[in-house]
Design a protein around this ligand. Structure first.
Ligand code: ZN
Length: 95
């Protein structure tokens, strides 16, 4: 399934970096810009969803970002946030 998304910072195409949410470790679905070392939550980019995909609606206050976890954590070794990611993952029984 082709997705398109662009980095809000440098406007690079990051649609192919999509990773699904893993709520067990508190990570929301989103994209990652290598150039900016920036995690971009799904709701932060303009996405045209396929007709069969209804975005889950979360109650968020204006100004509140669901992407906070994505910016603090990284599921990629060597990136900032990786150690924190591992720590949280281990606390949930993952290695
Ligand atoms: Zn970028």
């Amino acid at each position: 399934m082709a997705r398109t998304a662009s980095c809000p910072k440098c406007d690079a195409e990051i649609g192919d970096t999509y990773e699904g949410a893993d709520w067990s470790v508190g990570i929301s679905a989103g994209y990652y810009c290598d150039a900016c070392d920036l995690g971009v939550a799904e709701h932060e980019v303009g996405i045209d969803y396929p007709d069969d995909h209804t975005p889950i609606s979360f109650a968020t206050e204006p100004g509140e970002s669901r992407g906070t976890e994505m910016r603090k954590l990284s599921g990629r070794a060597g990136h900032p946030g990786w150690e924190e990611f591992c720590r949280i993952a281990k606390s949930w029984g993952y290695d």
